[in-house]
Design a protein around this ligand. Structure first.
Ligand code: CU
Length: 299
């Protein structure tokens, strides 16, 4: 077994499917120009999330693992399940990261990895691109939970990775790197009743073209924008989706094989808008998970 668990919580045994998860490739219905896709799943034990927890990362919920063979990751989907195995009605998922390192709350970090959050649960990279994972390379997986309810809850997460195994590659994808850019540090903040707009500026020194952007947002987030300050142009504006009752159900993503060209020295601004319809402050996080093709490097 190649999975190493870390942490202090007592962990129940992995399921049989989880124990050999990163070698348990199954054919995926996803069609990729890079070759036949496979799906690999893993699942956590049930974790107790205390009432009122926000952006909670339980040390015992983090996992370290590796693939037994080199792959290109092209999709990443997370679901959250209650003790009976059903998706809970409340929204307990804050966000998750999977990658070659732990994602920090500071800006300039370049990661080979993917993310998901409550409103972007299923990330699919545009054709032509993948996140590279080499056989035996350590991967870190971090789930974060929210529990806005008055009672503790027991939930588990299930992850489905869509990969193209090296042995199946017919045309190699181009490698993408990622960075997380938030409007606030630390990422968690609170929004008073009414409209709230915050932004932060940054550069993307390692990037040549942006090919995918997903947001990290909490309920009542209404938009996230990326603006190129140097060129005075909007790169992308993503809006939230709501159901007939006005409950937030998802967020736009930016996904483009052609991509957005980044010039050396370009400065960007990420701006998030929340509209708090209630009378009490609400929790908020807002940022962009940006996947880009890297600029040419000397090493
Ligand atoms: Cu969050």
């Amino acid at each position: 077994m190649r999975i190493r668990w870390s942490g202090i919580l007592p962990l129940v045994a992995l399921t049989a499917a989880g124990a050999d998860l990163l070698r348990d490739f199954r054919p995926s219905p996803v069609r990729s120009p890079h070759g036949p896709a496979s799906s690999v799943e893993f699942e956590t034990p049930l974790h107790e999330v205390d009432a009122g927890s926000l952006a909670l990362h339980l040390p015992g919920a983090m996992m370290n693992f590796e693939f037994g063979e080199s792959v290109w990751v092209i999709g990443y989907k997370t679901s959250i399940l209650d003790a009976s195995g059903k998706p809970p009605r409340e929204n307990y998922l804050c966000h998750t990261f999977l990658g070659d390192q732990r994602v920090m709350q500071t800006g300039d970090q370049e990661v080979r990895g993917l993310y998901s959050d409550s409103f972007t649960r299923d990330v699919r990279l545009p054709d032509g691109f993948g996140v590279r994972v080499i056989a035996g390379e350590p991967l870190h997986w971090m789930p974060m939970f929210n529990n806005r309810a008055d009672e503790a809850v027991r939930v588990r997460m299930k992850v489905e990775l869509t990969v193209v195994r090296d042995k199946d590659v017919v045309r190699p994808p181009k490698e993408l790197y990622a960075t997380l850019r938030s409007v606030a540090t630390p990422h968690l903040y609170f929004v008073k009743p009414g409209r709230d707009e915050r932004s932060a500026e940054f550069e993307l020194p390692g990037a040549q073209r942006i090919h995918f952007m997903g947001t990290h947002i909490h309920p009542h987030g209404s938009s996230v924008e990326l603006f190129n300050v140097t060129r005075n142009e909007r790169v992308w504006l993503g809006h939230s989706h709501t159901d007939a009752k006005g409950v937030m159900t998802g967020m736009d993503v930016y996904s483009s094989s052609e991509g957005y060209a980044v010039k050396p020295g370009d400065r960007f601004r990420v701006t998030a808008v929340y509209v708090n319809p209630g009378k009490a402050p609400i929790d908020a996080m807002a940022g962009l998970y940006i996947l880009y093709a890297p600029a040419a490097r000397n090493h």
